[in-house]
Write a protein that binds this ligand. Structure first.
Ligand code: PTJ
Length: 253
């Protein structure tokens, strides 16, 4: 469907169309549309913008990724459909590896996502088919299989639109987990080391911007940013921002 540019909900409708197209092209799982619906509802509650707390989390995540020895961006269907270019740019500027890791696993979809990412410039897409040969302990879903060259060897993993089990297991394994999740109450958000409560469509361009800016910062400066970040406090701050935004609506009524 062609959405008129002057439609007041243009961006939201555009994103929906991208996901529907992704579903038709075998990139997005049907469940991905439902997950997006939940995400959209939370996006409404934060005013569909990157708040101060999310901005802080993006800065801490950028610093974490720039100081990690072996950072990995984990990509699922929704992320591949929504921000393929930003995944590619971010991977090259950090630099980080890119691994396909699906909750609703299918070889066909893994291959399609890998092809899409390669088209956007990712040279080496990990985790496809038999390449995901290592098991992460404590995950019951098929997401447990990871690439030994990617998440298997990673010390920091970016997990957009994640399910709680894997986030918890990755944290337990000693890895730093950076979640992008619009729901601040999800198990993923609560378990992650750094939680970016923002739409992946804003968080990834934000990460690209801040990583580019911090790339020239000394390691000690980056470590200071990471050490000064408290995830629980930051999530609370984000919830306060959300409530203040909602209160604004109450006064309008
Ligand atoms: O491609 P697959 O097979 O790996 O499947 C991907 C989905 C998203 C279906 C799978 O990971 C899943 O079922 O996820 P959940 O458990 O529904 O969690 C998704 C979380 O992402 C929810 O908390 C949503 O609020 C949130 N979310 C949805 N859309 C966005 C989002 N967060 C950030 N940006 C979004 N655009």
């Amino acid at each position: 469907m062609r959405i008129p540019r002057n439609h007041p909900r243009f961006e939201s409708l555009r994103i929906r169309e991208v996901l529907v197209k992704g579903l038709r092209n075998g990139i997005v799982a049907p469940e991905g549309l439902l997950a997006h619906g939940r995400g959209e509802a939370f996006d409404y509650l934060i005013g569909e913008k990157t708040g101060t707390a999310a901005g802080r989390a993006i800065e801490a995540a950028a610093a974490e990724l720039l100081t990690a020895k072996s950072p990995v961006l984990s990509v699922n269907g929704n992320t591949a459909a929504l921000v393929p270019g930003e995944v590619s740019t971010l991977a090259s500027i950090i630099p980080a590896k890119v691994e396909v890791n699906l909750f609703h696993r299918s070889l066909e979809r893994e291959k399609r996502i890998a092809r899409l990412l390669r088209r956007y410039g990712v040279k080496d897409v990990l985790g496809v088919g038999g390449d995901a040969s290592e098991k992460v302990k404590g995950i019951s879903s098929r997401r447990k299989m990871v690439d030994p060259a990617g998440i298997g060897a990673a010390d920091a993993v970016v997990v957009p639109l994640e399910d709680g089990d894997r986030a918890e297991a990755l944290v337990r394994s000693g890895r730093k987990v950076i979640a992008v999740d619009l729901n601040p109450l999800s198990r993923t958000s609560q378990a992650a080391s750094i939680t970016i409560v923002d739409n992946v469509t804003r968080a990834f361009p934000g990460l690209v911007r801040i990583v580019t800016k911090l790339k020239r910062t000394r390691r000690s400066g980056l470590e200071k940013i990471v050490e000064g970040f408290d995830n629980k406090n930051n999530i609370s701050m984000g919830l306060d921002e959300m409530m203040a935004y909602l209160k604004g609506w109450r006064l309008k009524a």
